[in-house]
Ligand binder design. Structure first.
Ligand code: GCU
Length: 599
């Protein structure tokens, strides 16, 4: 086959792939600032049919015929079905679903009226995939358990009762993101809010209003309208600063935004946000936006041009007391207040985008946010669909949170393995895509491929060439015994002059295990965990260019692979706090360390 034939073949494959993907995930990226829109909430009780036999599709359960003849019958019905709360994972609501991985069919009936506006059916998240039906017609599908999506239903609404049926399927996929194996509970279902959003016929679909990279006073952004009347006057107002910025969208509904001012900059010490109004002739929305600059310069991380040391903590999106996926403001505040109490200035929202309120609450509380894609460990990068899925999730994550100044890091992967086919290329391409979409934040990968031998670390990985941080996970003292004094560890970091961030470290302990040998790991003693933390802090003094640390993790959390019947019981016990809110000895080690001023 000559070169031209190869090019044609590649193009045909690309087109077929795009068509296939469009069929699979033809949900729209959710509009910006959904919270500011008029909407009808669909939260509350939904009827459900669990479908362990995967029969729902061929039975077409989204069509509910009624018996016409005396001999008619149908082997499914939502009438009489149990109900689940939405939002909320299904595993924690019905004991027969505790460890279920499969499809659950949800149904909601809502009374609506046709309106002279546009209507969108919006989902905050469905894990892992969703097929959505409206009045027995399939609207489309979405894949990815942690980002919002929507379908326009303007022309499908009828006066009176309308039915929405959703197939939520949390089965793990070999070419999923994440893939087949991960160290957290695979909570499935409609895990975040559902609502019908109303907009004008031509509405403000998306916008970006943040400081230009490296600037403390110049906003460089854009706005995009959606509808028929795309060429409009745009006004951006910030009343507190007497800003009234005018521009005009082009025939595609797009306009650049650029204006300057003397902003009170957002920071953990002063999480200042401004009321921002964005108007066009046909629409108007408001947002609370903070302005700050985050950049790396040589080995330093600069927030608003000042060096900072990041005092972080890892958080999973799980309410430890409810043993369920976190989704509510109360859930978020429980986790974030614990992070503040520990003395943190950043939360790493592991290992996937958390709910929208978690990010906004962190921003209000003065916590920087590390947002991460679930490109976790074993990913089948060589599968032709995977790079497209990664790109789609990246776009959805950035689309949702790009105006949240608290988000200072986009993390694109965690502990993937060099040598995995296509891993380097896929992740390097994704890094370039991320920086092309959003140049205002740090972009990184989290690696654990470093070597530790003869009490010396050798930190390397091709991905560090493309990352703004050298972010590494290490569990010396737990998974790997010390090979010498922590204070004498040597480092060979192949990427000189980049900020080093220890994104995970720690050990397990069962809260209350205090009257057992504290020098033996196999007792899960608090004393052993405490000593690991003391040794790690000693080692931190040996790390060149160390600019932040992030213990793994805040609370004990559910992970089925943690099977020890006495010490774990299905929990990863690396929390500084137990799932009952009890602080372990190690909590105090970090709390004291974070009280020190770090340069
Ligand atoms: C890894 C991984 C975490 C995991 C942790 C552990 O570093 O990133 O998701 O839970 O190690 O083993 O506890």
């Amino acid at each position: 086959m000559d070169r031209l034939q190869k090019i044609c073949k590649a193009q045909i494959i690309a087109v077929l792939l795009a068509v296939f993907l469009a069929g699979r995930t033809n949900a729209q990226t959710a509009m910006a600032n959904d919270a500011s829109r008029n909407s009808t909430s669909l939260n509350g009780k939904w009827k459900v049919l669990s479908d362990p036999g995967a029969a729902g599709d061929w039975k077409k359960v989204w069509i509910e015929p009624k018996p016409q003849k005396k001999t008619d019958f149908f082997e499914y019905s939502f009438d009489g079905a149990p109900e689940l709360n939405v939002p909320g994972d299904f595993n924690s609501q019905l004991c027969e679903l505790a460890f279920y991985e499969g499809a659950v069919w949800y149904k909601k009936t809502v009374t609506l009226k046709k309106k002279n506006s546009r209507q969108f059916l919006y989902f905050g998240a469905v894990n892992y995939s969703a097929d959505v039906y409206f009045n027995e017609e399939k609207l489309g599908s979405h894949e990815g358990g942690f980002t919002p999506f929507q379908f326009e239903i303007t022309d499908k609404i009828k006066d009176g009762d309308n039915t929405i049926i959703v197939k939520a399927d949390n089965r793990r996929l070999e070419n999923g993101i994440p893939g087949l194996g991960y160290d957290w509970l695979n909570y499935g279902g409609i895990t975040r809010e559902v609502k019908i959003i109303e907009t004008p016929k031509t509405y403000i679909e998306d916008y970006s209003i943040q400081l230009e990279k490296g600037s403390l006073g110049n906003v460089l952004g854009w706005i995009r309208l959606n509808g028929e009347n795309l060429t409009q006057e745009i006004i951006v107002k910030i009343p507190e600063l007497n800003i009234i910025y005018r521009t005009k969208t082009n025939s595609n509904g797009y306009a650049k935004l650029e204006f300057s001012s003397k902003f009170k900059l957002w920071s953990p010490q002063n999480p200042k946000r401004y009321h921002v109004i964005v108007e066009c002739d046909t629409d108007s929305i408001s947002d609370e936006i903070g302005f700050r600059s985050i950049e790396s310069q040589g080995s330093e991380i600069l927030l608003n041009k000042k060096t900072i040391f990041i005092k972080a903590i890892n958080i999973h999106e799980e309410n430890p007391m409810k043993k369920s996926r976190a989704f509510s403001l109360d859930d978020d505040r429980l986790l974030l207040n614990s992070a503040k109490e520990l003395g943190c200035n950043l939360v790493r929202l592991a290992h996937y985008p958390h709910n929208e309120d978690m990010v906004e609450e962190a921003e209000k509380m003065g916590l920087m946010v590390w947002s991460e894609l679930p490109i976790y460990q074993n990913i089948k990068f060589s599968d032709s669909l995977v790079p497209h899925k990664m790109r789609h999730m990246l776009q959805e994550m950035i689309a949702r949170d790009k105006n949240r100044c608290a988000v200072v890091v986009w993390s694109l992967s965690n502990e993937t393995y060099p040598g995995t086919p296509n891993r380097d290329k896929a992740l390097i391409d994704l890094t370039k895509e991320c920086k092309a979409i959003d140049s205002t934040r740090l972009v990184t990968h989290v690696i654990n491929t470093q070597g530790y031998a003869n009490n010396a670390f050798h930190v390397w990985d091709p991905l560090y060439n493309y990352s703004d941080l050298v972010a590494l996970n290490e569990y010396i003292g737990w998974y790997i015994p010390w090979q010498g004094k922590p204070s004498e560890v040597k480092w060979k970091i192949d990427f000189s002059n980049k900020p080093v961030f220890i994104s995970e470290f720690g050990a397990e302990a069962l809260y209350g295990a205090r009257n057992v040998p504290a020098d033996q790991a196999a007792y899960w003693s608090e004393g052993y965990q405490e000593q690991v933390y003391k040794n790690q802090i000693e080692m931190f003094n040996t790390v060149p260019n160390l600019r932040g640390v992030c213990p793994w993790l805040l609370y004990d959390y559910r992970s089925l692979g943690r099977m020890h019947p006495v010490y774990q019981k299905g929990y990863n016990r690396k929390g500084l706090i137990s799932e009952n809110g009890e602080k372990k000895k190690a909590w105090h080690i970090i709390n004291n360390y974070y009280k020190e001023d770090k340069k």
